[in-house]
Design a protein around this ligand. Structure first.
Ligand code: KMH
Ligand code: ZN
Length: 277
């Protein structure tokens, strides 16, 4: 089992509005402040969704490029752009995210009901995303919303080869209404399926909403890593809205330390993920 914990912060997402969640970082400046403070606490990767000048989700390429540059200038975090965007984003815009040249990008391994919406990820689109990332040396984080997505990943790697860097890292996104539940049993099922993936495959996990804490504890005890942040969690405890992403990262760091697996540095995260250092 790894002796340290990779902590990814997902500070914004595409679902919550600034009006409903005023603490959500939506400008580049707000993202940079959040990134610096989360890095100081122990985060090593940042999973980024951006917003436009009206605080609406956008995949505007210029803004994505500016965001990558600003994050690189101000932190040594691994910068992972979301290629998932919002459920309404067209495939072409989602593919164009790679033109912003992040260290990593997400790659969701199948379609999933997403609350009242559908998060569409066609097989051909997944192959396209995976192949373009291979060509450009961008390391994917494979997003797993359901058990079948792991079977799809096995098929993808079998037919199209390993990702850039040669290491496979997956993120279990649990507790989405329409996806797998955020339970220990579901996480253990996913971990068992990893035996069909290349040796050394690593995983992180995040539980949406009230599954945040159970999933965090289950992942740590199963040797996994953590993703936390306001993309997934806007209530810290019953009746207590999250005050900041730092509050969530600090809690994750505390749990990781209790598990005697303190946070890993961004340099160690790069090494683990197969990124060039
Ligand atoms: N916003 C969701 C529709 C990802 O970032 O790749 C997709 C999502 C996954 O958040
Ligand atoms: Zn995301």
């Amino acid at each position: 089992m790894t002796t340290t914990t990779l902590i990814t912060v997902a500070p914004t997402g595409a679902e919550s509005t600034k009006a409903d969640v005023p603490a959500l970082p939506v400008t580049i400046d707000e993202l940079v402040v959040t990134a610096k403070e989360c890095a100081a606490l122990g985060a090593s990767v940042i999973h980024v969704h951006i917003r436009d000048e009206h605080t609406r989700p956008t995949l505007d390429l210029g803004r994505l490029r500016d965001t990558v540059t600003a994050l690189r200038e101000s932190t040594d975090l691994v910068v992972q752009l979301s290629s998932g965007g919002a459920v309404t984003d067209p495939e072409a815009d989602r593919l164009r995210v790679l033109d912003a040249a992040p260290d990593m990008a997400s790659c969701t391994m199948g379609t999933v009901n997403f609350g009242d919406d559908v998060f569409l990820n066609r097989w051909e689109f997944i192959v396209d995303l995976h192949t373009r990332m291979q060509e450009r040396g961008i390391v994917p984080e494979y997003e797993i919303f359901d058990l079948g997505h792991l079977a799809a990943l096995e098929r993808l790697l079998g037919k199209h080869g390993l990702p850039a860097g040669g290491h496979v890292h997956v993120d279990f996104v649990m507790g989405v209404p329409g996806g797998m539940p955020g339970t220990t049993a579901a996480l253990v099922s996913c971990v068992n399926e990893l035996r069909n993936l290349p040796a050394g495959t690593t995983f992180s996990a995040t539980g949406i909403g009230r599954t945040t804490i159970p999933v965090m504890l289950a992942s740590l005890s199963a040797g996994g890593h953590l993703r936390v942040g306001m993309e997934d969690t806007i209530s810290y405890a019953k009746g207590r809205p999250v005050e900041s992403n730092m509050q969530l990262v600090a809690r994750a760091v505390g749990f990781a330390q209790l598990a005697q697996r303190p946070p890993m540095t961004p340099l160690d995260a790069r090494d683990l993920l197969g990124l060039q250092t």
